[in-house]
Design a protein around this ligand. Structure first.
Ligand code: PNS
Length: 166
């Protein structure tokens, strides 16, 4: 590529609690690669009040679930915009599943823009059959011994089984 046409690679940050990662998250991470060169999955250390999985466990499960070129997983603490700057991301990716997500996501997108006007938030819609999937529902079903094999990667299913084995 000549100097005139050369462009910097486009990096997106996909932040969340991922407690644990679901097939819905995996779907969005892969969809993001349609319009960016690299996705940095950013696991919030302090997001969930009392996460079921430690941040190290959440990162490790993501690494197993979304192993592919162009995808990187990192933990972050503090403001998302600062982390995005550190990894040179120009886009924040978030998923929108239902109207109920909208209020919170809209507030967050506006606040992040306020903090860093150069960072653009992009909302992606998950695959139809994953629309009503959430980490909290997965935790709830797994806690009571329900089958989550269609909802999470086998490594996550195994980790949930171990967490709730007593
Ligand atoms: O999966 P979640 O819990 O909906 O993710 C929320 C998350 C981690 C993206 C959000 O809480 C966040 O960005 N936390 C980092 C702190 C921050 O930057 N807060 C201001 C955003 S408005």
């Amino acid at each position: 590529m000549s100097g005139a046409t050369q462009r910097r690679s486009r990096i997106a940050v996909y932040p969340g609690s991922f407690d644990p990662v679901t097939r819905g998250h995996e779907d969005l991470i892969r969809r993001s690669l349609a319009f960016v060169d690299q996705v940095v999955v950013a696991v919030a250390v302090n997001a969930a009040k009392q996460p079921l999985f430690s941040v190290e466990e959440r990162v490790a499960l993501l690494q197993q679930a979304v192993r592919a070129p162009g995808i990187e997983v990192q933990a972050f603490e503090g403001l998302l915009v600062n982390f995005a700057r550190r990894v040179d991301a120009s886009v924040i990716v978030r998923g929108l599943r239902a109207v109920s997500d909208f209020e919170y996501e809209f507030q967050m997108a506006l606040m992040n823009r306020n903090l860093d006007p150069k960072l653009e938030t992009v909302f992606l819609v998950p695959a139809f059959d994953l629309t009503y999937l959430s980490s909290s529902l997965v935790r709830e079903v797994a806690r009571y011994g329900g089958d989550v094999s269609q909802l999470v990667h086998p490594a996550v299913q195994q980790a949930l089984k171990q967490k709730f084995a007593t």
